[in-house]
Design a binder for this molecule. Structure first.
Ligand code: COA
Ligand code: ZN
Length: 302
């Protein structure tokens, strides 16, 4: 059955990159294997970044070489052209690039100015078009920046236009530090949907201020049907002070399925992956509906 909402699972990347506990490659592989059989549509397996900057993501090339043979779209995050080339060499054909909406966030994240970051993104998108790779272009800190404060939606719209002109497979509006509210989300995403249609748009929310799921709902109302989320609500950016976990995949699945929107995800399989993740991290993980779901997952539609 075709899904109504596409969920891109990001726990193996966004979820693990900021964890003080660094998982072994075997543990990361096990997590990928468990998530790959949940029925999720897309899975971000890690990132091709400097191991000095993000040691948690070292060895993503090894994981890329042993991906489970499942019908889902595997992807990885790359911060620059070098990462793009490494990802391609490892057989990854869908990459995410993070372009922050503000000067200081780009400096903190990838040590480039805003201008250099957009020039790099243009070059990477042109290479990907020539290579036949798909790019998910992320506009990070699209609502608020931890260094520069609130981001003007007019700036975000003009940056979105710039990126969309380079034909990414998807433009993802990312609330990296979890500072958005549902009204702003609905306004911004409605404007983007009116201009570009929903097919190439996605949203990425963090639950720092308990508004993650409300923001997903606001984006759904605006017509968005592609969302990032992390099993167990794991996540955070090591370079964005105050960033907390992603909106939990199990909460997004529950929200969608309870409104009759099919995600294709098996809740028992997903909860089993979350339980393994808790063992690996050494602390209980889980979204807001964790306690209810633990006892009622068999009542979920799929
Ligand atoms: N993957 C692996 N190594 C990389 C790399 C990549 N994508 N890009 C650069 N490097 C290496 C260089 O080869 C160089 O290695 P060396 O010291 O052995 O010569 C070293 O990293 C420094 O290169 P430089 O271009 O000077 O990079 P930098 O020190 O300015 O760091 C980044 C820039 C982008 C590589 C680094 O900040 C980074 O990896 N950031 C990741 C941010 C991230 O993942 N954020 C969370 C997600 S939004
Ligand atoms: Zn994130």
């Amino acid at each position: 059955m075709a899904v109504d909402v596409i969920i891109k699972e990001v726990a193996p990347r966004d979820g693990l990159q900021a964890q003080p506990k660094h998982l072994t490659l075997e543990q990361r592989q096990q997590l990928i294997e468990e998530l790959a059989v949940t029925g999720l549509t897309e899975l971000e397996i890690g990132s091709f970044v400097s191991p000095k900057a993000v040691p948690q993501m070292a060895g993503t090339d090894v994981l890329a070489s042993q991906l489970p043979a499942q019908p889902l779209d595997y992807s990885a995050l790359v911060p620059n052209l070098k990462g793009y080339q490494l990802a391609r060499a490892a057989g990854i054909n869908t990459v995410a690039i993070a372009v922050a909406a503000t000067e200081q966030m780009n400096q903190a994240n990838i040590r480039m100015s805003l201008e250099q970051t957009f020039a790099m993104a243009d070059e990477l998108l042109a290479s990907a078009r020539a290579d036949g790779s798909a790019v998910h272009a992320y506009l990070a800190v699209a609502f608020e920046c931890p260094f520069e404060g609130k981001v003007d939606p007019a700036v975000v719209l003009s940056q979105a236009r710039h990126l969309m002109a380079q034909e990414p497979a998807r433009l993802v509006i990312a609330d990296t530090i979890g500072a958005a509210n549902p009204r702003d989300v609905k306004t911004l995403m409605s404007a983007l949907v009116a201009e570009f249609g929903p097919e190439r748009l996605g949203c990425h929310f963090h639950d720092t201020r308990a508004m993650g799921l409300a923001n997903v709902y606001a984006a759904l109302e605006a017509g968005i049907v592609q969302f990032d989320s992390a099993a167990g609500g794991l996540g955070g950016c090591p370079f964005a002070p105050g960033a907390k976990g992603n909106v939990a995949t199990e909460d997004v699945v529950l929200l969608c399925e309870s409104m009759g929107l099919n995600t294709g995800v098996s809740m028992p399989a997903l909860l089993s992956a979350v339980a393994s993740l808790s063992d690996m991290i050494g602390a209980p993980q889980g979204g807001r509906a964790h306690y209810w779901l633990s006892n009622n997952s068999n009542r979920c539609a799929s």
